[in-house]
Design a protein. Structure first.
Length: 442
């Protein structure tokens, strides 16, 4: 392999992969998104191996989950020992759950002092909407165009993407959705001040036109994840918090995707001087072990009493062991700092690639979460979802696993595990540049 980690020896899918894909589609309904035809077998760190022995570098982190890397030895050991001891106990406390809560609170923003464990990000965002309503006695929740908080009822209702709602009838009453600043496709240009002013004006107009006077709160992502890794101008979250405080409503952040060092800080909202009342946590908190949580101020959570929240497997001994191990790994390996350092290397090279490309319209992001938006024409900015799918396949054929996000399905996810080093980053960027060149030639 000449020192290279990626090595694809068979067509994709390989013979074993092809047989397994055919079998999979015979038994499980195919409702997942577009992916390269790769059947994963094992993974370690940033390297994935498929059932045919091909190896790939991973830019997906299993959809921004495996922040401490695939199958980190310390995490594997903690989970194996936990499974051998006790798997589930429902709501009964265990030493592991109590320690996990203590460790998580110690890593929360200083103004937050309580947490509660759940199972999925959607469950966490659903809980946030319930707490808002209980706290205020009101029922309206403000979300954003392009926002994604999950596929369950309230989460999809507050979110601003079409697919999670399409064909399911009326969404949650009281969901008010307003525009989010999207500098690449903004009607007022990309000046930060103008973007923020426009977004705040649209917020006021959206509430004026749609609210019945029963505002409970607002839920916002520090950056829009599923919509295409869209980062707002600096200062926007602070303006939203100021607005919520003036209205006397709950200000909540959905950190399911943006937390655990992904942006170069433990929590994505920490790039601004804001103190959210509530926070939804998921993905990186379990690194693949199904785990989620909500966190907040005692004052905000005071409306919830015994029996008001529970989760069948939330806070179970296995997930609690994972929570503890992952926080230790984050601290010991300084993964937030690594995300900043290696993220700069990746972004600088992606910007250089953009300069030479006729289909890369925008490169954006922070830390180790970046979006590469593909267009058919850089002047018209017409989205190129078809080219995005071709690039996903071509990159895999060369040894790099990537995925797509975006309102128009035309944004490449650049979100490797936070353990990636510079050599691995450069190898993956070489593959990406080569695959992109191939797609542009076709």
């Amino acid at each position: 392999m000449s020192g290279k980690l990626a090595c694809v020896k068979t067509p994709l899918p390989g013979p074993k992969g092809a047989a397994l894909l055919e079998k999979w589609h015979r038994f499980e309904v195919n409702t997942v998104g577009f992916q390269a035809p790769v059947v994963w077998d094992t993974a370690q760190g940033v390297v994935v191996k498929d059932v045919d022995g091909n190896t790939f570098l991973d830019w997906t982190s299993g959809v921004l989950v495996t922040n401490v890397g695939h199958c980190h030895p310390k995490l594997v050991k903690a989970v194996q020992e936990a499974v051998a001891r006790l798997i589930n106990n429902y709501e009964c406390p265990t030493p592991a759950r109590i320690e996990a809560a203590e460790r998580l609170v110690a890593h929360l923003p200083p103004h937050m002092d309580k947490c509660f464990f759940l199972t999925t990000g959607s469950e966490a965002t659903e809980s946030v909407t319930r707490i808002m309503k209980r706290k205020t006695g009101c029922f309206e929740v403000i979300g954003f165009h392009g926002g994604f908080h999950g596929r369950t009822y309230a989460a999809a209702g507050v979110g601003g993407l079409t697919n999670p709602k399409k064909g399911y009838g009326p969404t949650m009453p009281g969901a008010i959705r307003v525009p989010f600043p999207y500098s690449y496709r903004s009607p007022v240009g990309d000046d930060p001040g103008k973007l923020i002013d426009f977004a705040m004006t649209m917020l006021e107009e959206g509430v004026r036109a749609n609210s019945t006077g029963s505002l409970a709160g607002m839920m916002v992502e520090p950056y829009l994840g599923a919509a295409g890794f869209i980062f707002p101008p600096d200062g926007y979250l602070a303006e939203l918090q100021k607005w919520c405080r003036a209205k006397g409503i709950v200000f909540a952040v959905d950190e399911v995707q943006s937390s655990y060092g992904r942006t170069g800080r433990m929590w994505g909202h920490q790039w601004e001087a804001v103190e959210p009342d509530l926070m939804a946590i998921g993905k990186g908190i379990g690194n693949g072990i199904p785990t989620a949580a909500i966190a907040g101020r005692t004052e905000t959570l005071s409306g919830m009493g015994p029996g008001d929240m529970s989760s069948t497997v939330g806070g179970n001994p296995v997930s609690s062991a994972a929570v503890i191990a992952i926080l230790e790994i984050m601290d010991e390996e300084k993964l937030s700092e690594n995300a900043l350092a290696v993220g700069k290397v990746i972004k600088d090279r992606l910007l250089a690639i953009q300069d030479k490309s006729r289909i890369v319209g925008d490169v954006r992001g922070r830390g180790l979460v970046m979006g590469v938006e593909l267009v058919k024409d850089r002047k018209t900015k017409e989205p190129a979802a078809d080219l995005t799918r071709k690039l996903i396949v071509r990159a895999a054929e060369k040894g790099l696993l990537i995925g797509s996000v975006g309102i128009f399905g035309n944004v490449i996810r650049v979100a490797p595990p936070l353990v990636i080093n510079e050599a691995q980053a450069h190898e993956s960027l070489d593959i990406f540049a080569s695959a992109l060149a191939d797609v542009e030639k076709r």
